[in-house]
Design a protein around this ligand. Structure first.
Ligand code: DGY
Length: 349
């Protein structure tokens, strides 16, 4: 057999096997679910397997958009992460059988919510279950930044630790300070409870609406500018929506105290990153701790990595083992309930 004929034969055989597989799945009466990466926590996948046929991107990395589009025609559900843009093109590629998009995140700025609504596609997300993990990480980042832990460890490991020294590696303390929290939703409130236990003297918050829960920690609602000018620590817990897009810009950093520590565990898009770099270089503010950046991952040549007064983490706010399993299970239950026509445990309305 010549080479050309054998290629044709193999490709026919492959097509036959593939077609049989699809036919088997369609006739299995099971829902078709596409998962956008291979390392989605198992506990959610196990739940889905009982009622669904699962197709999955085969790598532990985000599926490239072109592959994504090719893989989803006819699926009933997409199980995605915050790395996957769910836009018109993706929804078109999936087609009318798509009933639900479930993201393993509380943030939903990667999803075209209006477009999903227009098409009657439900959106599942994962609020509540990651509140404590994210608040814990916010505290860890705040203390790492103010007490300069990465820098101190570097000094200890590289010979910079010559002797105990009275002013060396000092930073601002949380006790007795004023903390300003921008975005006083579930995570903002959980952060407030935690900072209060460190003996802060005042907690301020900036939020669209007054929050009853603020009373519990004695937090005071103020304007954005008041919060910036009065706070020793400014913490961003606000979701990325048009009103918060680059809310932390040059003018915001200029309104902060020169001794201020800025912490962001929400989304990189809330910050004008070039303005932040300038503010850190010029000592307009004292330091910043970022769990989120633009873009993600942050390129290795980013000036932020060169600044001693900046701590950068790779978006690990919700990364406790338990939380990620629970997020996966919640996402699976969002999918199953949406497909079965019952109430979703966490539907984005
Ligand atoms: C979210 O859920 O939106 C976080 O950023 C990642 O857990």
């Amino acid at each position: 057999m010549n080479y050309k004929r054998s290629v044709v034969l193999v490709s026919c055989l492959f097509r036959k096997v593939w077609t049989c597989d699809i036919t088997r799945k369609m006739s299995s009466g099971k829902y078709q679910v596409y998962i956008t990466r291979s390392d989605m926590p198992e506990s959610g996948i196990e739940l889905l397997k009982k009622q669904c046929d699962i197709k999955m991107w085969h790598k532990p990395s985000p599926v490239p958009p072109e592959e994504f589009k090719k893989s989803i025609p006819g699926v009933n559900a997409i199980f995605c992460t915050l790395c996957d843009k769910i836009n018109k093109e993706i929804l078109d590629a999936a087609g009318p059988e798509l009933k639900v998009v479930a993201t393993i995140s509380v943030g939903f700025d990667h999803i075209d919510v209006e477009e999903c609504k227009k098409r009657g596609i439900k959106i599942g997300y994962t609020p509540n279950v990651l509140t404590d993990a994210t608040a814990e990480l916010t505290m860890a980042l705040l203390l790492s930044t103010s007490r300069r832990l990465p820098e101190a460890q570097h000094e200890a490991r590289t010979g910079g630790w010559v002797s105990w020294a009275p002013t060396w590696m000092t930073g601002p303390g949380l006790a007795g300070s004023t903390v300003g929290i921008v975005g006083f939703g579930r995570i903002g409130q959980a952060v407030a409870r935690r900072v209060k236990s460190f003996g802060t003297s005042k907690i301020l918050y900036f939020n669209r609406s007054v929050k009853e829960e603020a009373k519990e920690v004695g937090a005071i609602k103020v304007s954005f500018d008041e919060l910036l000018s009065q706070s020793d620590f400014v913490i961003c817990c606000a979701p990325l929506v048009p009103e918060t897009n680059e809310i932390f810009n040059k003018s915001a950093f200029e309104k902060m105290k020169r001794s201020a520590v800025f912490i962001n565990t929400s989304r990189g898009g809330t910050v004008d990153q070039d303005a932040l770099i300038e503010a850190l270089k010029n000592n307009t503010i004292w330091a910043a701790g970022l769990d989120v950046t633009t873009p993600e991952p942050l390129p290795l040549d980013s000036p932020l990595f060169k600044l001693k007064n900046c701590v950068v983490l790779p978006h690990i706010g919700s990364a406790t083992i338990q939380t990620r399993n629970t997020m996966s299970e919640l996402s699976a239950n969002n999918i199953l309930t949406a497909l079965n026509g019952t109430n979703m445990p966490a539907e984005l309305k």
